[in-house]
Design a binder for this molecule. Sequence first.
Ligand code: G6P
Length: 614
Amino acid sequence: MCGIVGYVGPREATPILVDGLRRLEYRGYDSAGIAVLGADGLVRVTRSEGKLGNLTARIEAEPPSGRTGIGHTRWATHGRPSEENAHPHRDASGRVVVIHNGIIENFLPLKRELLARGVPFTSETDSEVIAQAIGAACADAPEAPFGEVVRTVLSRMTGMYAVVVLSADEPGVLYVAKNGPPIVLGLGADENLVASDATALLSHTRDLVFLEDGDFVRLTAASVAVTALDGAPRSRPARRVPWDAVAAEKGGYPHFMAKEIAEQPTVVVETVGHKLSLETGHFSEDAMGVSPKLLADVDRVVVVACGTSWHAGLVGKFLLEEVARVPVEVDYSAEFRYRKNLVGPRTLVVGISQSGETADTVAALTDAKRAGAPTVGVVNVPGSAIARLVDGVLATHAGPEIGVASTKAFTTQLVALALLAYYAREARGLGRLEPGDPFLEGLAHLPVALQQALALEPAIEKLSRALAHARDVLYLGRGAHYPVALEGALKLKEISYIHAEGYPAGEMKHGPIALIDGELPVVALAPRDALYDKVASNLREVKAREGRLVALVSPGDEDVSTFADETLVVPEIHPALQPVVSVVPLQLLAYHVARRRGCDVDQPRNLAKSVTVE
Ligand code: G6P
């Protein structure tokens, strides 16, 4: 994942930047770079594809000297990993440099505008548009203060960003802005630093300022001036953090699970960026892990997985059948391996696994291969057992997931499977993604929708009070939201130890309805979709029996929200991506209920992150 570090002060910047990048290495990246402003008034940019060693070799050959600088590790999203796409990005004059984490949603229209006035772009990234737009605005208003120009340009950008900007014309100053991805300032003696993660700062200072969304900072060696993007002053007092190194990796969150839930807007972008161009609708065949020819030829798909990954498989079934019209079966790995599995060369077997090490899934895929079936692994850990075993890998790019209860790995699995569905649709001659397709627009909007879902946290925290004392909880959903209900129930069960069951809402009347009374909370997914009216009737059956109904509805809902006891309004998005957004409130609910009950959220009893035994 991308990492940011910046320095302004009396010391040589280069070693500090390199040390910071090294401390961010655990996040994973594919290229890196630094920019240092020299005493001669020139910015020197050194970038390299691949490991940090490649960059440091270049730096050692020609060490840039200067006391203000920025550095970045990139995990490719828009555009492949390459030196040109690595940060820092420059404007056309080479005097403005920018590093960026996140996604600029409206980069295409902005880029078109700049191209029309002859600005030469050198990368495929959305990030370059920030540097180029600032450079162009400076050229238009040479007298305007640089900070004002940066603020104005950033207020035209939609999407998510943590950005650091350096100008050769304003030595000793960094501009920092946040809207989405985390960014922290480190306050030192006569020097200041900035980083995407506190880990990169703790060897210099423990006095940190955690920025909030909408903050805009002018940072010098001696001062920190925080305002809103509209210029209104904001107060952000520093906090002295007593963390040890491991805790610091939580980046200020109390638990890894909380951090990982919060990372979802970023990691879904990373998962998409490797596989599909949102601009053209072209898939990268290599990154999809399977050839179009094979997808055109198969008669059916069999998914094997365990736990949360199995739930992702159920959503995948819904999408592959709906979008690509290919029949799909989803099996528990542990069941598949001991059944007459009847797969062969015309069945694509898809193994889904965050760790890539789950013994049952390894065994199921081994059996499938032995039977002559082509195999694909939807895997988060590169080089894992499953990644090595399968014929092709459809990678999720969630980054290391430490919390045992899977969150960001699940949402990236859903995104990877949605991409597979559209890729298979094209391979099977059912239509291709043209620029501007609603699915592509949905993907572009996904990080913002996830951010909005995360903003429900205070309401969910409040709701967790009522649920913390429940003995059982029933989760209901239909269609692609039935597996989301299963996942919501599993999350609660795993970390709070409250018994929870997920059920298809239409099936409730055939059994679980007997449990419903004033004591049983029912959490229902009722997004505005083709099954909405059916779900609404099922939920009326709950209310008629005095069940305590918590409903997740779409904005503007006019039916279920009128009779539910509690309502959470979940952002609406393209139907193929709605489960990705809808599961977030359920993750947060499980998290807050577990916290309230004093449970060990990251390491729940009896569970393991990677189950390498049968
Ligand atoms: C364990 C974990 C679950 C996970 C399952 C499958 O049971 O506790 O969170 O969903 O394994 O793991 P995998 O790595 O194959 O996705």
